[in-house]
Design a protein around this ligand. Structure first.
Ligand SMILES: Cc1cc2nc3c(=O)[nH]c(=O)nc-3n(C[C@H](O)[C@H](O)[C@H](O)COP(=O)(O)OP(=O)(O)OC[C@H]3O[C@@H](n4cnc5c(N)ncnc54)[C@H](O)[C@@H]3O)c2cc1C
Length: 385
């Protein structure tokens, strides 16, 4: 079997794929079009499945060491009443870890630093990817052409590789939600590690980091492309009267720190995550809404599964067929569940429906809620060595 790979995209998925491939002895080059890797995007929560994937890649302890366990929190109403509590210690007993919160820039840096110097080429944009022979795939990067035994397209939701491989695929859809988020400038004293608060077609949430700073996000039902001249002022207006610590988190944020993105997803499931010697991975294959906090965790699962398949199977084609068979059903099921969680959670806006949902949540036994969470979190990675 071949042993050189080009990974297109140096996001969480691409870096994790590169680490996995190196672990099974492959030579890897990652091409990333951005020249500065500031990895804007506030914070990220990692569930047991993502952390187990990181363990198998050899970086789990490093990531845990820089992250904060989300032990105490849950879902609230704008007035502050609890709809559901999630006890991280119970989750830890069930799957070995609570959800961990970490700044994206820290996670990204840890993954980058795990790769040898020279593996990641920044400021290099991949153009067309094509199979040039029975055993070779070529990535055209303008001035440079890279040949390899395998190409991993981890080039995100707008994947060019996906458009080339599946020209009839309709592409990303707007989910109906837009998200504003930031990390506070300084530590903020909080009673909880994480919260989600659901109003009518609006959500406000936070995750606390190890250093006491806090990531918050506000998700709103709005037409795609809506932007505000003064996002913080707009959020203060929209979340006026919502419970503590929401006003304090908005007060602790610099206006320039607020990021605003529309939430897009791949609503039409892709028919395959592999064509010949090209594999799609992460958001390029299954971009999902963030309502379950699973997009990056699924990309990490992809990375380990791909490396394990390549280590086991006799040919790259057989390995990619196995990768597709193992990853597509699960990641597409998680994507469907994330969409459904959004519809029943943040996106629900009719007052009667919100009241019914809230009553159902208050009545749901915590054990039943935990079972639903474990469906996604309790995943066992294949072994890499
Ligand atoms: C608001 C929000 C909150 C989220 N919260 C969570 C969470 O708590 N937990 C979780 O698990 N997931 C979360 N996610 C999902 C998660 O962020 C994504 O699923 C994950 O980052 C996808 O990683 P990726 O590497 O596949 O893609 P990306 O991060 O999009 O990386 C793709 C990379 O490819 C590069 N690229 C693109 N085209 C080219 C090219 N032609 N040549 C070279 N480079 C190229 C891009 O510059 C980029 O760096 C959230 C998403 C959103 C929107």
């Amino acid at each position: 079997m071949g042993s050189t790979a080009v990974v297109v995209g140096g996001g969480i998925g691409g870096l994790a794929a590169a680490i996995g491939l190196r672990r099974i002895g492959w030579e890897v080059t990652v091409v990333e079009r951005a020249s500065v890797l500031d990895d804007a995007g506030a914070g990220i929560s990692l569930a047991a499945n993502g952390l187990r994937a990181l363990d198998e890649l050899g970086v789990g302890d490093l990531v845990r060491g820089a992250a904060r366990g989300q032990y105490n929190g849950g879902t609230r109403t704008p007035e502050g009443g609890w709809l559901a509590r999630l006890d991280g210690a119970v989750l830890e007993r069930a799957v070995g870890t609570p959800i961990m919160g970490i700044p994206r820039s820290t996670l990204h840096q840890l993954l980058r630093d795990f790769l040898p110097a020279g593996t990641l080429l920044t400021g290099v944009e991949a153009g067309p990817v094509q199979q040039t022979g029975p055993g070779t795939v070529r990535v055209d990067c303008g001035d440079t052409v890279l040949d390899a035994d395998l190409v991993v397209a981890a080039d995100g939701i707008g994947s060019r590789a996906r458009s080339l491989l599946f020209p009839a695929y309709p592409g990303p859809d707007y989910s109906g939600s837009t998200v504003l988020r930031a990390i506070t400038d300084q530590a903020v004293a909080l009673r909880t590690d994480f919260e989600l608060t659901w109003g009518q077609g609006a959500e406000f949430g936070h995750i606390a980091f190890q250093d006491g700073r806090v990531e918050w996000h506000a998700v709103l039902n709005l037409p795609a492309g809506t932007r505000f001249d003064d996002p913080l002022a707009e959020l203060r207006r929209r979340f006026d009267g919502w419970h503590d610590p929401i006003p304090a988190l908005l007060r602790a944020t610099r206006p320039g720190a607020v990021l605003h993105h529309d939430v897009n997803e791949l609503r039409t499931p892709l028919p395959s995550y592999a064509v010949g010697r090209i594999a799609l991975l992460g958001d390029a294959a299954h971009a999902m809404t963030p309502h379950l906090g699973q997009g990056a965790c699924q990309a990490l699962e992809d990375a380990v599964t791909l490396a394990a398949a390549l280590a086991i199977e006799p040919t790259v084609e057989a390995a990619l067929a196995r990768y597709d068979a193992e990853r597509r059903p699960r990641s597409q099921a998680v994507a469907r569940a994330a969409r459904q969680a959004g519809r029943m959670g943040q996106q629900l806006s009719a007052p009667l429906a919100v009241a019914l949902r809230n009553t159902a949540m208050r009545l749901t036994p915590s054990r039943a809620a935990m079972r639903m969470i474990l469906r996604h979190h309790d995943w066992a990675p294949p072994r890499l060595g």
